[in-house]
Write a protein that binds this ligand. Structure first.
Ligand code: DPP
Ligand code: ZN
Length: 849
């Protein structure tokens, strides 16, 4: 595909006053009649977007057919020459026919298990009808849906309905990417919400009738989210109804269509028997995320897709704040950092690195990335730290006030902060425009006589594709000082680094303290500093900042793992320090569970590469196994006591308290199963009443290759439940001993219920294998080939999901020459597909560049 550039932006030369759609649904021949009222605001012809799937029956302007000389239609655009357009406002009308049943790409209008549904972000609306399919063209929509199916939905408020039809009106101007339509045999969990100004809103979570008993939690999460946005941001809902619909076939997690959110069913449906604590937390967060988009995304949208992080970074930041508020802020922060490093730092360090606001793309669907989302959120977190809570609130108030109803840019966003706080953000803007993760290096200088500690920081960012030079950024560095006996001698202070190298001094210290650095993970950077294991152990035992405390333990574990992967052994200081954490009953169990969770194999490989060596996936796997076994042996009694103590009695609750206890219990189980041959895991599997414990036990059994009976039982009980069976398909390749993983995955792929056209099922099995580091990077190339073969099969069916999954290859440059050659060969086979999609083509080219 052709490359699009940010610098080429020009406004659309028409305003749309209203869009009317009349849609008569049929699986193979849906008829879409549109009437779009245009008003000229600039010069040029009328150019509309439309995909190749449109069978155009008629095109008129003000009711008269457009004469052929003035009408040009390609596979992608329809152009009406300027000469054929009236000077006054006019109505463009078209009738097209489309085929939802044949739509396996799941963009536009498609069928999922008998439900008609839509996905229009980013550029799906053009597969429904001819339209200016760009986010800066906003219009009120009036939609009539015709079908025999009982439930007919679209955006906005219901206007009227009758036998076989329903009319909807959305008064809030919106871009086409927020359009939605649903028709199906659905049932709802219904409730209502009274907004802060006293308006009543009808709420529905629509699911298939058989799923109704699993939709209640989503409804609770919705109400909590609506209240939270009023309290935390002063944002009130603005329609009479809010509908959520769950469908099984969905490329993304969920979609924030105005008043009609459509969700991947895995992010709606939950019961204790079928969903894990992590599923519940994710459902709650994504319901919140999509709801929060109503203001950050819908009322204020993006001028163009280069600005995607304007809505996504901010909305992720808001959903992170929400989860921190309703659960544990400390635990949430650590989880978010683990995700950020695992996905975004990895992206930033490889061939796919791009800034949160990219300046070019071929296929925008390839830019729904960890950088746009998670780093986009981190950048806002830094901004908030720099301007303070009050400055942040003032800025956001101004943002909503100034830009409501508009399609905006990152420049607009930063200007709001500048105007509200008086701060110059010119240098800060680099966080949006520059790719790469800065490396922050700390050198300490202790002057014993003066009682003075000098911290000398330097920052450097490695070149990324297309960006060789990286000027210094503003980095907020939160530090504290801890004395050698564990007292905090300096509470958190934020140092503002703006230069390539900069000194910060601390006076009046009685003795040399330990620096607690990057508290709360105050900036998305990597840290390079010399520190003894004893100093780390002091922070792990005493730091008042829970993130820095966890980080100290994580660093200790990482050092041992890196040493062990090179034939060394575990540092006894680490083993001992961990014992202290296990014994400390004052700690939040969820926090202890995070400390017990060893760095993943991919993260260890990344660390080894950062230190300038070549990671060996087999050695890393063995090192991690060996460390787990050693820790288990060393702390058997403590872990065993913990395992018993953390049992959660009584009925299941997904709340943070009990969920934290279960996560600690399962972390202990994971270690203990290295010693007991899986006895505890088997007995937990047999007795557990909730899916959280079932999956914890099952993963341990799969790791030991002793899961046969449990898997058979799972299948017998849950064979008909797609979401549970997705777990069946993912846990096996993901947790299997590396040498077994490809054979296991290949066998699973032969099963009749491996419905690979369903994105969840595909991601479970193929993504599960790719997440097994040593299996995916097997020396014989079998992991690479397995994944590449399946991507070749999926690409013609669903290019968006195929392209997204190519990212599993993005780390290939860090491995040895033999593996690199095998990964390259697999990718080149994929690239050579004659019909390769533009989506996957762009990804493979960038990965191999
Ligand atoms: N549905 C996706 C999200 O909410 C894209 N907007 O992030
Ligand atoms: Zn979003």
């Amino acid at each position: 595909a052709e490359t699009r550039f940010l610098r080429d932006y020009s406004p659309y030369p028409f305003r749309v006053r209203e869009t009317r759609l009349d849609v008569t649904l049929a699986p193979q021949g849906t008829v879409v009649s549109s009437r779009i009222e245009f008003e000229r605001t600039g010069a040029g012809p009328l150019v509309l977007d439309g995909g190749t799937g449109l069978r155009t029956r008629s095109v008129t302007i003000d009711g008269a057919p457009v004469d052929a000389a003035h009408l040009a239609m390609t596979g992608e655009t329809l152009t009406v020459a300027e000469a054929a357009l009236p000077d006054r406002p006019f109505t463009f009308a078209a009738q097209v026919e489309i085929d939802p049943e044949a739509n396996t790409a799941l963009e536009g209008l498609y069928l999922s298990g008998g439900i008609f549904c839509t996905q229009c972000e980013a550029e799906g609306f053009r597969h429904i009808t001819w339209y200016p399919d760009r986010p800066d063209v906003m219009a009120a929509f009036r939609v009539t849906v015709r079908s025999d199916l009982p439930v007919l939905l679209s955006n906005g408020n219901p206007v009227a309905q009758g036998e076989g039809w329903a009319e909807w009106h959305d008064p809030w101007p919106k871009p086409a990417y927020l359009f939605a339509l649903v028709a199906g045999d659905l049932k709802a969990v219904s409730d209502s919400f009274t907004t802060m100004s006293g308006r009543n809103v009808a709420l529905n979570v629509w699911v298939r009738p058989a799923d109704l008993d699993r939709a209640g939690f989503a409804m609770e999460a919705l109400k909590t989210s609506m209240r939270w946005d009023e309290t935390a941001y002063g944002r009130e809902y603005d329609l009479d109804v809010f509908n959520i619909v769950a469908v099984d076939d969905f490329n993304m997690g969920a979609m924030e269509n105005k008043g009609l959110n459509i969700f991947n069913s895995k992010l709606v449906l939950a019961s204790p028997e079928t969903a894990t604590d992590a599923d519940y937390e994710r459902i709650e967060a994504v319901i919140a995320h999509e709801y929060f988009h109503n203001w950050t995304g819908n009322r204020i949208t993006c001028r163009d897709w280069f600005q995607l992080c304007l809505k996504e970074g901010l909305t992720v930041f808001r959903d992170q704040q929400f989860t921190a508020d309703v659960r544990s802020a400390a635990v949430k922060r650590i989880e978010d950092v683990v995700t950020l490093r695992g996905r975004q730092f990895r992206e930033d360090a490889g061939p796919l690195a791009h800034p949160p606001r990219p300046d070019r793309y071929e296929e925008i669907n390839n830019f729904y990335t960890a950088t746009v989302y998670e780093k986009g959120a981190e950048v806002i977190g830094m901004l908030k730290r720099l301007v303070g809570d009050e400055g942040y609130r003032k800025s956001l108030d101004l943002y909503f006030d100034r830009h409501d109803g508009q399609a905006c840019t990152i420049e607009d966003w930063l200007k709001v902060f500048e105007d509200a706080t008086g701060r110059d953000l010119a240098q800060f803007k680099r966080w949006y425009t520059d790719a790469g993760t800065p490396k922050l290096t700390l050198a300490e200088n202790w002057d014993d006589e003066a009682g003075r500690l000098t911290l000398r920081f330097s920052q450097a960012t490695a070149p990324t594709p297309g960006q060789p030079d990286k000027p210094a950024r503003v980095i907020p560095i939160a530090v504290g000082l801890i004395s050698q006996n564990g007292d905090e001698v300096l509470p958190t202070r934020v140092l503002e680094m703006t230069e390539t190298a900069q000194d910060f001094g601390f006076d009046g210290l009685g003795s040399r303290p330990v620096v607690s650095l990057l508290r709360g993970f105050s900036a998305p950077v990597t840290v390079d500093r010399k520190m003894t294991t004893v100093e780390r152990a002091i922070l792990l035992a005493h730091d008042t900042d829970s993130f820095a405390r966890w980080q100290a333990g994580h660093d200790l574990a990482m050092d041992s793992l890196v040493a062990m992967a090179r034939g060394g052994s575990v540092d006894p200081v680490f083993t001992h320090a961990l014992g202290g954490v296990l014994d400390d009953e004052s700690l939040d169990p969820a926090f202890v569970a995070l400390v017990l969770r060893l760095p993943g194999e991919d993260e260890i490989a990344a660390e080894i590469a950062t230190r300038g060596a070549t990671p060996d996936p087999d050695a890393i796997h063995q090192a991690r196994d060996a460390l787990a076994a050693e820790l288990a042996a060393e702390h058997e009694r403590g872990l065993s006591a913990l395992y018993d103590r953390m049992e959660v009695p009584g009925p299941y609750s997904p709340e943070a308290g009990p969920a934290g206890r279960r996560s600690l219990r399962l972390a202990a189980l994971g270690l203990l199963s290295r010693l007991d041959g899986g006895a505890r895991a088997q007995s937990l599997w047999d007795s557990a009443l909730n899916m959280t414990e079932k999956m914890g036990a099952l993963a341990a059994l799969v790791r030991l290759d002793r899961a046969g009976p449990a898997l058979a039982e799972m299948e017998a009980r849950f064979g008909g439940n797609r979401l549970v069976m997705d777990k069946f398909f993912s846990v096996q390749p993901m947790a299997a001993p590396p040498a077994r993983a490809v054979p296991v995955a290949s066998e699973l792929a032969e099963r009749p219920d491996f419905d690979w056209k369903n994105p969840n099922r595909f991601r479970s099995l193929i993504g599960g294998l790719a997440a097994n580091h040593a299996a995916f990077h097997a020396g014989d190339g079998s992991g690479y080939d397995f994944v590449a073969d399946w991507l070749m099969r999926l690409d013609p069916v669903n290019p968006q999901t195929a392209a997204r999954m190519t990212t599993v290859f993005e780390t290939w440059p860090r491995y040895d020459a033999d593996r690199r050659a095998k990964a390259r060969a697999a990718l080149e086979r994929l690239a050579a597909l004659p019909s390769l999609s533009g989506n996957t083509g762009e990804m493979v080219r960038r990965i191999l560049a």
